[in-house]
Design a protein around this ligand. Sequence first.
Ligand code: NG6
Ligand code: CA
Length: 518
Amino acid sequence: MKTNFVIKAAPMTLAALACGCQGQKTESAQKPNVILIVADDLGVGDVGAYGQDIGSTPNLDSLAAHGLLMRNGFATSATSTPSRYGIFTGLYPWTNPMAHILAGNDPLIIAQDQPTMPKMFQQAGYATGAVGKWHLGMGNGEVDWNKHIDPDANTVGFDYTNLLPATADRVPTVYVENGTVVNLDPDDPIYVDYKNPFEGEPTYKTNPEMCWLHPNHGHNMAIVNGVPRIGYMKGGKKALWKDDEMASYILDKAEKFVAENKDKPFFLYYGLHEPHVCRVPAKQFAGRTNLGSRGDVIVEADWCVGQLVHHLDSLGLLENTLIIFTSDNGAVLQDGYEDQALELAQEHNYDPSYGLRGGKYSLYNGGTHVPLIVYWKNHIAPAVSDAYFCQLDLFASLGSLIGENVPDSLESQNLKDVLLGKRLIGGRETQVMEAQGKLAMRWMNYEMIPPYAGRPEGVTHIELGNSKEYALYDMEADPREQHNLAAEQPDLLEKMKEMYARLVGSYYNSGFEDTSLQ
Ligand code: NG6
Ligand code: CA
């Protein structure tokens, strides 16, 4: 039975968008600003505009209602690091064996000489900024967190950065601003180790009683703010972030970057960490939904997006700013902590993947099929698009928008017309998707998943897509991927196998496989 979801207080909605008349008019010849907002583990079912409207995302819904709602938006991968690698480099992440879920002390995986999206914006005279979740590594593999980190995220093409090195559930639990830990205290140096605990430092194994949030898999190492994390850490007490202030901290950095660069064109990457674990809403959002902390942090993230849009409006920038909202991979409910996300979703019949098979970590549709909303006041007409667009194509499409060519060697395709809603069908024809090192392929409306060893379902209760047989689904006729056509359509299967072998080439069976969940 469907339950009605209760949002206890209605968050502010975007009146400015609906009216289209507030704010100063600043239609100028200036190149448009671009803001790319990437949520973390947000499924299509989590955004009301996609159909399961529980009223918790009024600001995103408003962007979608007044902009372009893309129904076939895809990430390259079903986890964060590879997905973000695809966005920034325009390359398939499986071409880089380092592009798997990174630890907090892993090195930067984008090479200094690689073309990147932010470098392209710099080249075009833009101010570039990155705030929030990074997860592409920092330093050279032997980071000393007490010194300037080299290479830092800025070397990838950002003038300003203020970032979580990896994820909220991984140490070090500090922000790094332009390569230096924020609030670093030389008298309390920071040490990070992913193998060995530090003597005398409590961990979940030694002191579970110190934690208010408990793990159900992994997450049993360092304890920070009463939350057990992945990896060990010591020192840096003044630098530790406060989990319940993270969303507003990052929003503040985003708003400052925008204000400081309002007179020149800017590109801002805004990595929301919601609703990734550990889910710790600010006090005013705690208890907003009946879905527990996962629902509450989604309301909070939506509020942040609304705040940023208001901020742009108040600066008169809304008509000259293209806003792209997406997620790095599909949804997951139970991702390692006893936070009741799974139980409450089941109780309330809430599906964050909204009928798609699988979710984060999965080769099925739910792993990489993500929300994708594009808003540009008075430039993009409200529409729903069925065109296929992969985040990989942002690089070349945005290049085309600002008059920059991207190297042919990239996998990124110029689909500017799709991105700006001038074409609502068509788009990309093939995509190789990646989930924990395993690959599948999409061609037109078909998805083919090669046979793989491994459990059919992970510890996260998500179907991973591992099977002894080839799977072939018609995503149009069968979006839930229930009917395997492999035996019925041998010619089509053969054709897709050939295409796949050509696309994947020598990377096929390279042995690269992410074992972090095994
Ligand atoms: C997994 C973590 C999960 C999450 C994920 C990264 C365990 C058992 N699970 O290894 O909690 O942190 O990595 O998510 O440790 S991602 O969205 O950044 O890719
Ligand atoms: Ca993610």
